[in-house]
Design a protein around this ligand. Structure first.
Ligand code: BES
Ligand code: MN
Ligand code: ZN
Length: 497
């Protein structure tokens, strides 16, 4: 999707459709809808339908007018945004997605979106561009009758500092494209997205944006003594891949180095502790954490924060076979810790244990991992919030700010020492499951053992990486959650140090 800015009067924009946000400035129960623009001509164009009560300011409600008076645009789409007082950048991002989805389903290929005057223009431009990219993605790649309805061109109508707005637009475009790149990887089924294929995508992307990328196979994994990662990989006929992407901008200080570690399980059958058949097809998205890191590295390479970043993806299948690890087996992780395998379906923490250890060995001073790690996080938080864990309050605070800027929702869960009891093993240093209660927490406690004293954040995206239903602003399917926050974090991290 091409994006450009239109800096003059919105009445002058020549477009298939101009989208304007309708807000409600009524107090309490009263409603008083108005177009969120100071432009008189726009108020006039919408006056009749608004005063007739046909248009509501309810979120995502749409009214399409043809040949609007006094506008050069062929159509005017009035898009409800709810109460003016509650209207935020996050809402605007969603509205832009909703406009994109509504208009592309009506076979339009381009439109213009008027930045509402209630939000700082730079933030508005970012939100509109990001939201439009998110809305433009559909997961129907393999439908023979795929209509491939896409918006090809978006114009943002905003009158302000041209340089700053152009920069905002370009940055948001990088983020939107990267998020969709991640979603494309996640959407692929496991027969077409094996660890090797995932690694090829990482390599190709790296070449395009100027990242160093190394891909290692089983030999290197064994040489590094990654017994936890290999324990999972050994059961599959598909070779595993240890993907390492490096962003080393000229002039960046030696420290800090941010490590982004992703779970790249391209299919999770559960292994010998096999999962039930019902819903198992969804386990193709068990590499979403890894795909998020690949997409985040792309965005970071293009946005160029002044900080070194290393992206690591531990990619493998989790399969039952004659070579597969079995409950009761003991594996020695790269760090030297021994792990009693209680359930081979708790494989994500195993591959990440060695990924985190390797990141530390490569010199990362701060770590963030992302993983579709536990069903338990879905029990705890449902689909609206991802789980976030941190062993360092300062780092968490910084991450919280990134979350806000990115408009992503995550909720912090605890990592108290009490929970460690649950993963104590009789015969090894640690077990890979912690029983029924607090499963998302005990999984995180397991990872904490491998982050050791390095400031670390863990994102459990099992409930949020895949949209169970479509929303007005986003299709059902891969969401690309966490990418925007990771990129915002890296940007801020570069500025701070
Ligand atoms: N990949 C799953 C977690 C998952 C569940 C992701 C639902 C997305 C949706 C993970 O590897 C897993 O199987 N976890 C087990 C852990 C248990 C055996 C301790 C789980 O959550 O049941
Ligand atoms: Mn599993
Ligand atoms: Zn898994």
């Amino acid at each position: 999707m091409k994006t450009d800015l239109f800096f003059s009067n919105p009445t002058e924009v020549e477009s298939e459709c101009l989208v304007a946000v309708v807000l409600d400035r009524g107090e309490k129960d009263k409603t008083e809808a108005y177009v969120a623009s100071s432009e008189k001509a726009l108020q006039d164009a919408a006056a009749e339908v608004i005063s007739s009560g046909e248009v509501s300011s309810k979120s995502f409600e749409t009214t399409l007018l043809h040949h609007p008076a006094k506008l050069k645009a062929k159509r005017l789409l009035l898009l409800g945004g709810g109460k003016a007082k509650k209207f935020s950048v996050s809402e605007l991002r969603k509205l832009a997605g909703a406009a994109t989805r509504t208009l592309k389903s009506r076979s339009l290929r381009s439109f213009a979106f008027l930045a509402p005057d209630t939000i700082k223009l730079e933030d508005a431009v970012r939100a509109i561009v990001e939201g439009a990219f998110i809305g433009n993605f559909d997961p129907d790649t393999y439908k023979s009758d795929r209509k491939d309805q896409k918006i090809d061109a978006l114009t943002i109508v905003a009158r302000g500092d041209q340089g700053a707005l152009l920069k905002a637009m370009e940055e948001a475009r990088v983020i939107g494209e990267s998020q969709n790149f991640t979603r494309e990887l996640v959407n692929e089924p496991s027969n077409r997205m094996t660890p090797s294929v995932l690694a090829d995508h990482a390599r190709r992307m790296s070449q395009q944006v100027g990242l160093k990328c190394e891909v290692y196979g089983a030999d290197k994994i064994k040489e590094l003594k990654m017994g936890a990662f290999w324990g999972v990989a050994q059961g599959s006929d598909e070779p595993p891949a240890l993907i390492v992407m490096r962003y080393e901008p000229a002039g960046a200080p030696d420290k800090p180095v941010l490590g982004l570690v992703g779970k790249g399980v391209t299919f999770d059958t559960g292994g010998i502790s096999i999962k039930p058949a019902d819903g198992m097809e969804k386990m193709k998205y068990d590499m979403a954490g890894g795909a998020t890191m690949i997409g985040a590295m792309r965005a970071i390479a293009l946005l160029k924060p002044k900080v070194k970043v290393i992206g690591i993806v531990c990619a493998t299948e989790n399969m039952p076979s004659g070579k597969a690890q079995k409950p009761g087996d003991i594996q020695t992780a790269m760090s030297g810790k021994t792990i009693e395998i209680i359930n081979t379906d708790a494989e994500g923490r195993l591959v990440l244990a060695d990924g985190l250890c390797y990141a530390r060995q490569l010199g990362c001073t701060h770590l963030i991992d992302a993983a579709t790690l536990t069903g338990a996080v879905v029990v705890a938080l449902g689909y609206a919030n991802a789980g976030v864990f941190a062993n360092d309050d300062a780092m968490y605070e910084q991450f919280g700010k990134a979350l806000n800027r990115a408009g992503e929702k995550m909720w912090r869960l605890p990592l108290d020492d009490e929970y460690k009891e649950q993963i104590r093993s009789n015969i090894a240093d640690i077990m890979n499951t912690g029983g029924r209660w607090g499963g998302a927490i005990t999984a995180a406690m397991f990872l904490k053992e491998f982050a050791e004293d390095t400031p670390w954040i863990h994102l459990d995206i099992a409930g949020t990486a895949w949209m169970e239903d479509s929303k007005p602003w986003i299709a059902k399917g891969p969401s690309g959650i966490a990418l925007r926050s990771l990129v915002e974090f890296a940007k801020e991290f570069g500025d701070k140090h």
